[in-house]
Design a protein. Sequence first.
Length: 389
Amino acid sequence: MRWAQNIPLQSGYALWANALAREVYVVICLRDPIHAMAAFFGVLSTGRMCGVASVEIAQNLSDEFVILDTPCAPSSTPLPEHESTHFITFSGGTTGTPKAILRRTKSWIYSFERQGITTSDRVAVLGDLSHSLAFYGATEAANIGAQIAFLTPRSDLSKYDINVIYATPTQLKLLCKHIETHPNVTSIFIGGGALNATGHELITRHFPNAKIRVFYGAAETSFITISDANTPLGSVGKPYAGVTVQIRDGGIFVHSPMIGERYLSSDQIIAGSDGFVDVGELGHFDDAGNLFITGRRDRAVNIADQLVHLDDIERAILAIGSIEHVAVVALPDVLRGHQLACAIMGNGRVRGVKHLSARCIFTLNDWPILPSGKTDYRRITAMIKDRMT
């Protein structure tokens, strides 16, 4: 992977990296996204492996990692041409401890060549580069030679000449609050969460000329499925080009040319002996081959001897209407095993949802989100517990 822009700045980071031992891994924790991208491509040019992560993740990594948290100055020294064949991504830690994932550069180049982004595009990524979606979108644009705009969900998009957006559903909902319509946007790639009918209608209204492509994936697998104009609501689409998806006992298993190689912390190979990855989620196909996600295995709980999927409860609440965000959590209960509690944001009224008592529903004025753009379940759980005591 190469970036044809900011070569002197890339060279400055390459000089810094060349002073390191060859076998170390570099984790980039720079606030300025231009510097973070220059550091990534600059370190790769020395043949060393690196990735971008938050300070919180970096501080919990082993001594094999060298943290780069101080900006380097540009250099006139020619950029090295060793270029590493591997780089590092990090799982977001939404449902557990973040993991460092070693993957080949060609695993991302594979999708770069199939997304349809060109040198004439102007790509906006929302959120911090420590999140894999923003990092992927920026790296794809850089490698292809498209322009990149590093924005936040609260940016005024009318000030930017943008035609492609990479974002989560939560980020797009926040972005829509700050614009009326933006007809110049022609493509929106949505990952990191489900998009319901209300969200789809909202995005279509604010971006009337955009082709909306919802994709499903994971840090370990990259793209698994992607939607198109014929995808039914509630589905994440059909398998991405070259990807095979199997349902085994309700679980989703993936075989793909984009799978990461191994976890650096344990040397555990990501794919099983048959080449498939268990992504830890449950789902099913319809007769047309569209994949529907039921939810994560670790988001299924027992309530009075019934298996309840928290993601199903969230979808039911969002379907009520006039609810912008919802988070359902399970709390221990001596008699029933678990008790559901819920946080919402919006004007809708939640009534008649099975297993959910009205006294356990709380309305928030501000929605807690992670740097990745996903809902911060840990913070919401703490807020709910505080209100229930």
